[in-house]
Design a binder for this molecule. Structure first.
Ligand SMILES: [Zn+2]
Length: 260
């Protein structure tokens, strides 16, 4: 009986806001567990990748990221934004709000609105809880049973961290990518940037699509073709407007000039 009550409680309290307009989804993994999983993924990331050692660049990227956080639909966690020192053209979000962008991606950008677009996309994955929903789908039953039997995850936790790390780096599949694009464009505009920043980036990606796959394999592996993302993005921009907002280039250019 006690177990049943706990299970029911989890179901009742787990309808979380996962998108703009008060969109709700059933989230069975509590935020505290999501953050714990995220912290372990972070450990894996930072033991294999090098965090860029230029405090001004880190501060700047975090400042832009926090502007996005202020207007996003999920603020029950503390978001962090870090730059990784690598030529890879990519960015990713770990569960719990730990977001990374490679210096290689910063180097191909021209303005702060483009950076806000990428960070907005990654925040979008966290708001929509894409990794957590996927983990629920795979581990749903065992997660519920573990919660019912104890207040702490144990044996499943390790498997979940591995799965979360894999998802984080591979991307989430097309449907989730479009959703993250939509949220990213909306948050970018709400934070005061021209949402066309996202489209400018996709135009660049489109030019590179014919290049050897090693150039940005991870970016292309799970993401929809650039032209489809451009079409989808333009539709979203038509709905929300904001095309007269600025792109902000000066501070971005100064930061970019300091990248190794
Ligand atoms: Zn994505």
């Amino acid at each position: 009986m006690k177990k049943l009550i706990i299970l029911l409680t989890i179901l009742v309290i787990s309808c979380a806001t996962t998108g703009p307009g008060g969109k709700k989804s059933l989230i069975l993994i509590p935020t505290s567990v999501e953050v714990d999983i995220g912290k372990q993924v972070v450990q894996e990331v930072e033991s294999t990748e090098k965090v860029l050692n230029i405090p001004d660049v880190q501060k700047y990227v975090n400042k832009v990221g926090q502007k996005i956080v202020k207007v996003c639909d999920r603020r029950d966690i503390k978001y962090t934004f870090k730059v990784l020192d690598s030529e890879e053209i990519n960015a990713f979000a770990c569960p719990g709000g730990f977001i990374y962008i490679y210096s290689g991606l910063l180097k191909v950008m021209d303005n702060e609105a483009q950076l806000a677009a990428v960070l907005g996309h990654e925040v979008g994955h966290v708001v929509a809880r894409h990794s957590i929903q996927r983990l629920q789908f795979v581990y749903g039953y065992s997660i519920l049973m573990e919660f019912a039997l104890s207040d702490k995850l144990s044996s499943t936790a390790e498997q979940m961290v591995d799965a979360a790390a894999g998802l984080t780096l591979q991307g989430y599949g097309r449907e989730n990518e479009y959703e993250a694009d939509d949220y990213g464009i909306l948050y970018e505009k709400k934070a005061g940037y021209n949402p066309k920043g996202m489209i400018q980036l996709f135009e660049k990606f489109k030019q590179w699509e014919g290049r050897p796959p090693t150039f940005f394999e991870k970016l292309l592996a799970s993401h929809p073709p650039a032209q489809d993302r451009i079409n989808n993005g333009n539709k979203q921009i038509q709905k929300i407007g904001g095309t007269t907002l600025p792109y902000y280039t000066d501070e971005f250019a100064a930061i970019k000039a300091r990248l190794p």
